[in-house]
Design a protein around this ligand. Structure first.
Ligand code: ATP
Ligand code: MG
Length: 254
């Protein structure tokens, strides 16, 4: 008998939660990662647990930006490794991106567990594993900002799903173009990134894969226009308006 019946009204959300719990039991996810997921769930509820047109706009801009990049690196933490390792492997393939394990709560054992799990999911080359290639982003001294010389350090575009605000700012200061998935349009990460996809990463990652595929034959001029026309601040405001409208609808239905 499955623990969560498919007929449960909140089955999808509970399945995602289950992935995090399994990830925690398997030593991939930090305790704090479970709490961060809870914060995300709350915003997902307010957003109506669906991909909005606003998010779709950010996904298209992100795909164009990825296709224009010289070097894209996807930064992996425990939550992402637990939630969508296969989709990350696919994104790395379709966008010629590198994958780097970069943890907020540094823990060697957990890092090794994440690497093992990524390899199981067909990720062949993983950066952030060789201490000899570790460098600190210039002008920054916290241990959290240690990155791989051939990965985030060298990248022009960094994808940071479910990131912390401090680190997002550090990446921006280092001149990186930052793309993030973050359900909270108010978070520092959302506000600091160049392109914020306000959606559950478990829904949006496949859409980003599809958008990369769809735009892969598009010429650079058009790709550049897509990026130029995208305004992250406006897009975040529209996400906040969506939350407000969802709440207003609930008020009038009461
Ligand atoms: P910040 O440091 O950017 O201000 P925060 O401190 O509120 O944000 P963190 O714990 O640093 O939050 O980062 C986790 C972020 O990831 C949160 O904003 C949360 O809403 C978001 N999040 C959690 N789960 C998901 C998910 N499945 N998809 C997308 N975003 C998620
Ligand atoms: Mg934070």
């Amino acid at each position: 008998m499955p623990l969560i019946p498919k007929s449960h009204p909140r089955a999808k959300s509970l399945f995602i939660r289950e992935k995090l719990v399994t990830g925690f039991d398997n030593g991939l996810v930090a305790k704090e990662g479970l709490l961060a997921h809870g914060r995300g769930e709350a915003f997902d509820y307010l957003l109506g647990e669906k991909t909005s047109n606003t998010a779709k706009l950010a996904i298209k801009a992100a795909a164009a930006q990825i296709l224009l990049a010289n070097l894209v690196v996807i930064s992996i933490n425990g939550n992402i490794a637990a939630l969508c390792p296969k989709e990350i492997a696919k994104l790395a393939n379709t966008s010629r991106a590198k994958i780097e394990v970069n943890l907020f709560y540094v823990n060697e054992k957990r890092k090794q567990n994440i690497i093992k799990s990524l390899k199981k999911n067909c990720v062949k080359h993983i950066l952030g594993t060789n201490p000899k290639l570790s460098v600190t982003l210039p002008g920054l001294d916290s241990a959290r900002r240690i990155v791989d010389k051939n990965g985030i350090f060298a990248a022009d575009v960094v994808i940071v799903p479910l990131e912390d605000g401090d680190r997002t700012l550090a990446l921006r200061k280092a001149g990186k173009i930052v793309i993030t998935f973050d359900l909270n349009p108010l978070s520092r990460t959302s506000q600091t990134a160049n392109i914020t996809i306000v959606d559950n990463v478990t829904r949006a990652i496949d859409l980003l894969n599809k958008a990369c595929k769809k735009l892969s034959k598009t010429n650079q001029k058009i790709l550049k226009k897509i990026v130029k026309d995208f305004n992250n601040k406006n897009n975040l405001s529209n996400s906040i308006i969506e939350i407000r409208d969802n709440l207003t609808r609930r008020l009038s239905n009461a």
